[in-house]
Design a protein around this ligand. Structure first.
Ligand SMILES: [Cu+2]
Length: 268
């Protein structure tokens, strides 16, 4: 019977790897179970590269551990092993080895990912040397929607020509886009899966995210932090379009906003 359990245990690494390969290949019924289409620039692709590297590294360790477990279960099956159990009280040498290897692996990952981290979280794009690119829009997360305030024609947030929208983000294609992220109430997480952008939205903090969108279309904005009963519906969409279309859309949104704000007859 012990052999049965060891073979069953062997299924863990085999089925685990098979699931990943199946999903990556997009075979039925696991179409759309792998990463969403990557429409971002070099940074987004570098993030995918890091993800796959770490997946490969942990995958090798996962399979190796699974095989070792299997081997021990198989070899020391009580039904076929008559030798009595032997105990020993730790091995200093082994402990040093299995502390150093993971520590070295983690240190390697920490150094290996530094330039990607710097590009996506520290080096904000610049308009000209020393001048940070201003935000295209301010995104305020609140239970349970994304309020979006576009800088408008003057390119400055907080002025009279700002355009207000809810859950409807438009972005120009092939440009460095900077967004200012805030929370009105609790912790949220601003997540654009197709751009590999994810930023915790922390009450009391102003944060910036930046990226380039390289493919036109309509994509999801989601909240990636459980923020209350309506978390599931805290989603919006973003539309990637060329600069001329974006400007036209913004102008039209401004006109509509003007009409709706000033349409009431005097006295009402
Ligand atoms: Cu949320």
């Amino acid at each position: 019977m012990g052999r049965f359990w060891s073979l069953l245990f062997l299924m863990v690494p085999i089925l685990g790897v098979l699931c990943f390969v199946w999903a990556m290949a997009g075979f039925w019924p696991m179409q759309n179970h792998w990463l969403p289409e990557n429409i971002g620039g070099a940074d987004a692709h570098a993030i995918d590269g890091l993800f796959l590297f770490i997946l490969g590294l942990t995958g090798v360790i996962f399979v190796a551990t699974g095989l070792v477990f299997f081997w021990f279960l198989w070899k020391y099956d009580a039904a076929v092993t008559t030798e009595p159990v032997k105990y020993f009280h730790g091995s200093h040498q082994l402990e040093v080895i299995w502390s150093i290897i993971p520590a070295a692996a983690l240190l390697f990952i920490a150094i290996f990912q530094m330039s990607v981290w710097a590009n996506t979280k520290i080096k904000r794009p610049e308009l000209s040397p020393g001048v940070a690119r201003p935000a295209l829009a301010e995104i305020t997360g609140r239970q349970f929607e994304w309020r979006i305030r576009y800088a408008g024609k003057d390119g400055i947030i907080g002025t009279e020509d700002d355009v207000f929208k809810v859950n409807d983000l438009h972005l120009p294609i092939n440009e460095d886009v900077v967004l200012l992220i805030k929370s009105q109430d609790v912790l949220h997480s601003f997540f654009l899966p197709h751009l590999r952008v994810k930023q915790d939205v922390v009450p009391g903090m102003q944060q910036f995210v930046w990226f380039q969108a390289k493919r036109p279309g309509t994509y999801d904005i989601v909240c990636a932090e459980l923020c209350g009963w309506g978390h599931y519906k805290m989603r919006g969409r973003f539309v990637v379009q060329n600069r001329a279309e974006f400007d036209k859309w913004l102008e039209q949104a401004w006109q509509e906003q003007e009409v709706s704000s000033f349409a009431l007859p005097a006295g009402e």
